[in-house]
Write a protein that binds this ligand. Structure first.
Ligand code: SER
Length: 313
């Protein structure tokens, strides 16, 4: 039985990952940690943790008897561009602490990388698993360094590090914390609340995306995968769909025919999006651990709108 400590448990991925892990492994086997207190009731064990405090991270993991650490605390791409030094300290400091705790306690380790680990010189179509990675954002620099560090801890210390490169993640539970793909979440809220949306990403800008249930399943599947089958260990390309803003608008219009889309492009986030691939190739994840995604754009849109209508009413 796994005993898992999760950092950034109140974030966009963390808040749903906790529930998924508790349903798979038992409520008391999953310790949620975050720098802030949960607003309502918690569904199980919770501790306050600033991930830049490695000593406290180690103490909490020891006290809980954790054999697995899932490090989710990080600043996303647009926020990181606003304060690059803070992003470096939080993203890299937190990751190094989590890797050190994994080494000290010989734990299995997961952390997400991102499509942000690619840059303008990366092939944009069917971006291969192993390719040029020269990102031009602080977030991307952090993610590439993180991928390399996870590989390093595996080769040097034998730590069972695993990870994926997530695309933009879409969910109705928690909002993302300042990313470039956030438009594809905001649009659903505004479609229901106002019947219209002004996109900060330009028409024609393709990015990879995935619905949260598929992302959570991918984490569990990778962590459960037979290690002898893993040629790569970290930063597997995963994606469920690639679309541009007018396509998500059209998918919403199938349910809300009067929905209107306008554009007011934010040059910073547009610049970030333009530096990322249009569509990454997830075949290494499919071959090595059986990655699959259930939701395409239409299935996701139907579910998002239904769930959000309930949440917002
Ligand atoms: N969703 C993230 C972002 O936009 C990408 O990993 O920053």
């Amino acid at each position: 039985m796994k005993k898992i400590i999760v950092t950034g448990a109140l974030g966009q991925i963390g808040s749903e990952l906790i529930e998924k892990l508790r349903s798979e492994y038992g409520t008391d086997n999953v310790l949620a940690t975050d720098i802030r207190k949960p607003e309502g009731e918690t569904s199980g064990p919770f501790e306050l943790l600033d991930v830049t405090d490695g000593k406290q991270m180690s103490e909490l993991a020891k006290k809980f008897g954790a054999d697995t650490i899932m490090h989710m605390a990080a600043l996303l791409s647009a926020k990181a561009e606003e304060n690059p030094l803070f992003a470096w300290n939080l993203n890299m400091g937190g990751l190094m602490n989590a890797l050190e705790v994994a080494r000290e306690l010989d734990m299995q380790f997961f952390t997400p990388s991102s499509i942000g680990a690619f840059g303008p010189s990366t092939p944009k179509q069917n971006t291969p698993q192993d390719t040029l990675q020269r990102p031009t954002t602080m977030y991307g620099v952090n993610k590439v360094a993180g991928e390399l560090l996870c590989d390093y801890y595996y080769h040097k210390f034998g730590i069972d590090t695993r990870g994926v490169r997530f695309p933009g993640l879409i969910s109705y539970v928690a909002q993302p914390g300042g990313g470039t793909t956030d438009y594809a979440v905001d649009i659903y809220y505004k479609a229901i609340e106002e019947g219209k949306y002004t996109s900060f990403i330009a028409e024609g800008t393709y990015m990879d995306m995935m619905y949260m249930p598929d992302a959570l399943q991918a984490i569990v599947d990778l962590m459960e995968a037979d290690p002898s089958k893993l040629i790569h260990r970290n930063a597997f390309n995963v994606t469920a769909m690639s679309f541009e803003p007018s396509q998500i608008a059209a998918a919403i219009q199938k349910h809300i025919p009067d929905f209107q889309m306008a554009y007011d492009v934010d040059p910073v986030r547009q610049g970030i999006a333009d530096s990322w691939p249009d569509h990454i190739d997830p075949s290494a994840a499919i071959e090595e651990w059986g990655f699959k995604a259930k939701y395409d754009l239409d299935a996701m849109t139907e579910d998002m709108l239904a769930k959000l209508k309930k949440k917002l009413s």
